[in-house]
Structure formats: C-alpha cells, structure tokens
Design a protein around this ligand. Structure first.
Ligand code: SAH
Length: 274
C-alpha cells in the first residue's frame, strides 16, 4: 500500500521517508493509544500515514508540517475534522507552548498536556528532541520514529559506547523506552538505515536527585568533549580532581563509565562551589 500521491516527489532535504506498511502503522498507533480527550501534536505528518489513525481517535490534533506542497493534501484529507489545526511551520522554530496559551488555570494546564508524535526527519531529530526536552512541563509523552542509532543513544546505559549527552539529558528528564525496530522496507523511499520507535515520558516523580539542568548540560557536554580523555582532563575548567575524588569519582576514568546519578552529584558539587 502506498499513500503517496503520484504528483508529490519525496524530498531528501525534508527527510521524507513515508510510512507505507499498514502493520507498522497499526503497531505505532497501538503504542501511542490516542484518546478522544487528549491533545496530540504530530510533527511532519507528510501524506497523513499516522494522521488518519490519530484523527480517528477523536483527539484534538495539531499538525506541524514544513513542506508547503503537502499542505493542500493534508487539508483535503483532514479538514472535515473540526478539532484539527494545521501549522505550516518548521518544528525547530515552532512555539509548542503557544498551543496551550488559551488555557491559563493550572488544573486545565495539567489536563491539557501535549502528546507529541512523529516519524521524524532524520536531520532534525536530535535538535528537536533537545528542544522538546526544554518543555517537559507541558508534555505528557512523546513517541518518535528515529534512526535506530539515535534510539540506541537515547536509551543507552553507562559503560556503553552509545552513552553520552543525548541519553543522559533525555533520561534525566524522561523515562526512555525503546519500543521496537522498523525495517527500511516499511518506508517509501526506503532509508539506508534501520529505524526504531521510542517513547519518552517526562517523569512525574523523578527517580533522580534534583540538580540545575543547565549546569548538568554544561558538565555533560564538557565531560564528553573528548571521549578518549579522562574526566580530570575534560572537566579541568569545571571541577578539580580532589573534588571528584571526594565524590567517589575516579578522575582517571572516562565519562562514558559514569552513571547519571554521578553526573548529578558532580553538578550539585559544582553548584555549591560556584
Ligand atoms: N509522518 C509521515 C511523513 C514522515 S517523513 C509518514 O510517516 O509517512 C518526515 C516528514 O517531516 C515530512 O512530511 C517532511 O516534510 C516533514 N518535515 C521535515 N522537516 C520538518 C521540519 N523542520 N518541521 C516540520 N516538518 C518537517
């Protein structure tokens, strides 16, 4: 089954790989499980492979699509659904908080949290995830199709070569679940690499100690700046070796061996110091 109208050619620069496998689409929708009383935001609806099923749930739906050539088709398919809004915009610039501005009371805000979904263009996936991680207060959960390699980085554990900035910052803010993989033939055109579905659920009660998030981000960036160098070296502008030792961290270790809890403890020590 191909949902792609013949007049639209997939554009590489927009990262267009349209889903065409009904079984995969069903599995994604079952994982999302959209409901009528919810607010969903789909990034990059394309020809509407996921949009149709999302819209059938009766949920309130906002679509953010950059390619203006896709807009007429989306309008034609979904404009009969009154609880649907189409934004012809770049998701990287889009103000997600504006979707909730009309409701100001705190209780409404809680109820109106956004569920964000998308088969994301590969070229924007990492910056977009970092952007959305800055808005976890208004997000209930996120389901994304990404390159498998990115999902492996998001869900990595310490000691693994994939453990780094993306996984640490995502796991500090969210529960990360690698749901399932998707083979290239589920798409048209087929991407060169394997893909996977990930679920990111912002913590309601975080399992981690609190720390300054901007400082954690700065620390993790510095710690991984040169993966082969020791913490002593990478962190010398931020914290000295004695302080690391006092925290039970070996200054001769590499960042990829450290657990998230240890990064948080270092962040809090720096915070107290500065
Ligand atoms: N959801 C559809 C299409 C996925 S392809 C499907 O699964 O078949 C990725 C989609 O994201 C395309 O429609 C592309 O035009 C759109 N897109 C690319 N860059 C974007 C950006 N910066 N902001 C919003 N949409 C973007």
């Amino acid at each position: 089954m191909s949902r792609q109208p013949s007049e639209h050619r997939p554009r590489k620069r927009f990262g267009q790989n349209f889903l065409q496998d009904a079984a995969v689409i069903d599995r994604i929708i079952a994982s999302i499980y959209p409901r009528a009383d919810e607010r969903l935001v789909e990034i990059g609806p394309g020809h509407g492979a996921l949009t149709a099923a999302l819209s059938n749930s009766g949920c309130r739906l906002d679509l953010v699509e950059l390619d203006r050539d896709l807009i007429p088709g989306l309008l034609a398919s979904f404009s009969l659904n009154s609880s649907f809004t189409l934004h012809n915009a770049d998701a990287l610039d889009f103000d997600f908080t504006s979707l909730l501005k009309k409701k100001s009371a705190e209780s409404d805000r809680q109820q109106q949290q956004l569920r964000v979904v998308g088969n994301l263009p590969y070229n924007i996936s990492t910056p977009l995830i970092f952007k959305l991680l800055a808005h976890t207060d208004i997000i209930k959960d996120m389901h994304f199709m990404l390159q498998l390699e990115v999902v492996e980085r998001l869900s990595a554990s310490p000691g693994n070569k994939n453990w780094g900035r993306l996984g640490i910052m995502a796991q500090y803010q969210c529960q990360v679940e690698h749901l399932f993989n998707v083979a290239p033939y589920a798409f048209n055109p087929q991407p060169k690499v394997e893909s996977a579905i990930v679920r990111l659920t912002p913590w309601v009660e975080s399992p981690w100690p609190k720390c300054s998030e901007p400082l954690l981000r700065k620390l993790v960036k510095a710690a991984f700046a040169h993966r082969r160098k020791t913490l002593r070296n990478n962190l010398k502008e931020i914290i000295d070796s004695n302080c690391l030792e006092a925290l039970g961290v070996d200054p001769g270790a590499r960042a990829e061996t450290l657990e998230l809890r240890q990064f948080i403890e270092i962040t809090n020590a720096v915070h107290v110091k500065s």
